[in-house]
Design a protein around this ligand. Structure first.
Ligand code: PFF
Length: 443
């Protein structure tokens, strides 16, 4: 006898878990620097427009596929349609391996930075000094890998707890904590003298900065940030019961994710401007510029560790969803126990992460298609696997599963879904075409 499939304990629990997956390094580390690089408000508006049309539509498709099949991504496509469709699920599982291996390396950095911020590294407050601290750390062959192991172990521990008592319970604690921390930081950032310039930069659009590259970055960012295109939301949807209102849950998840990205921008950009740093600092904005900002700020020794706790929490609740994709597959399809699946797949991802980490230091010279291993894994997932997965998920629901999908979305007519036709139109045409465009222009 098979044990009955676990499911989420409550609607709020499910939404917090899905939002926990979405809110991650993508929101707090990537979004503010992308906005900084692509003209602030113009990027924000484009991002919001894409997230609430294409992003939200693909997310709903994933919840529907998951709940209709009640299976892992490969099993779900096999059950609902068969043929070649399970390949889409397979790509998702592959993407989970690729993303978590480098994501956990950065997750490890956040843990290391909590400690660094508590142990006086801020005394050398210039961004040059802090740049050296950062590069010395990530280039070290051993230390980041120890923190990568610690981060992966935390992720495995949450996943072993299962859906209700592991993921849901932790997300219910961690996500509200994250919200409180971000509000505290917001209060600090907005009251800094000179913060207004940053607020203006972030909220007053300059559309001359909005070009194809910025549009492209906004769409890829929407996919990564909303955790769509690889079956994470199919997996979470597979643990839902039949009565839940899927369209409103999707709106909640997307709104929570975009609000956290918005708030992160509103914390980071005003602080960066207040101290005269460059918003265009790129990926170093969080690990170099921001500590320099904290070093110069009254109360910085308290706010700096708090910020990295925030980042670590966000990273953990996302990493958990990446591991869960693989664990659900191994449990559903291969009959492996949850514990063995989590340790086994976590260990493999940890091992793939090692060369990724080394590629930022001692293995700098090894490249794949002209990129270091870390950058290659990031590129492969964000620019190829997620968008490709997104196209097929939208096409599947739009063209091959549309009637059943509508029925599933409304739980057999029980819930209202007034924008059903617009959603279908996006799935059939807009999403596949727009995503195909990013894929091609990204190559
Ligand atoms: N959404 C996460 C972030 O913004 O950091 C990253 C992510 C998690 C991507 C889960 C994909 C995924 F399936």
């Amino acid at each position: 006898m098979l044990a009955p499939r676990e499911h989420w304990g409550s609607r709020v629990g499910f939404i917090l878990a899905a939002a926990g997956s979405a809110v991650g390094l993508g929101n707090i580390w990537k979004f503010p620097y992308l906005a900084g690089q692509h003209g602030g408000a113009a990027f924000l508006i484009t991002y919001l427009a894409l997230a609430f049309t294409i992003g939200i539509s693909v997310m709903l498709c994933e919840f529907i596929i998951g709940r209709a099949a009640r299976k892992d991504p490969i099993g779900a496509f096999a059950k609902l349609k068969g043929g070649l469709w399970p390949i889409v699920g397979f790509m998702g599982i592959a993407a989970a391996f690729v993303i978590l291996s480098f994501y956990s390396v950065v997750g490890g950095w956040t843990l290391a930075y909590i400690l660094k911020m508590m142990t006086g590294v801020l005394v050398n407050g210039t961004s040059q000094e802090l740049g050296k601290v950062f590069s010395n750390f990530i280039e070290n062959p051993v230390r980041p890998i120890i923190f990568h192991a610690a981060f992966m172990t935390l992720t495995i521990a949450v996943v072993i707890g299962g859906i209700g008592r592991g993921i849901e319970r932790w997300c219910k604690i961690l996500l509200p904590a994250l919200f409180v921390i971000i509000l505290i930081l917001l209060g600090r950032s907005l009251t800094l003298p000179g913060a207004m310039k940053g607020i203006e930069y972030f909220l007053q659009p300059d559309f001359s900065k909005m070009n194809a590259a910025a549009f492209n970055a906004a769409l890829s960012q929407a996919f990564f940030s909303l955790s769509i295109g690889m079956g994470a939301m199919i997996t979470y949807g597979s643990y839902l019961d039949r009565t839940m209102n899927l369209p409103t849950s999707t709106i909640w998840t997307t709104s929570l994710d975009t609000s956290i990205a918005f708030l992160a921008g509103l914390v980071i950009l005003p602080a960066v401007f207040a101290f005269g740093f460059d918003p265009n600092a790129g990926p170093g904005l969080t690990f170099i510029t921001l500590p320099a900002v904290f070093a110069n700020m009254p109360g910085g020794v308290v706010f700096a560790p708090l910020f990295f706790v925030l980042l670590a929490i966000a990273a953990l609740t996302s990493a958990v969803s990446l591991l869960e994709v693989v664990v659900t597959y191994l449990v559903d399809e291969k009959g492996v126990s949850r514990r063995t699946a989590a340790w086994g797949s976590g260990a493999v991802m940890f091992l793939i992460g090692i060369p990724a980490s080394l590629s930022l230091g001692v293995w700098k010279d090894y490249t794949i298609f002209g990129k270091g291993i870390f950058d290659f894994l990031d590129y492969l997932s964000s620019n190829l696997l997620l968008p490709l997965g997104g196209i097929f998920i939208a096409l599947f629901v739009g063209w091959f599963f549309s009637e059943k999908a509508l029925e599933e979305a409304t739980a057999g007519g029980k819930h209202r879904f007034p924008v059903a036709r617009i959603w279908m139109f996006i799935c059939k045409f807009i999403a596949p075409l727009a995503i195909a465009w990013i894929l091609i222009s990204g190559l």
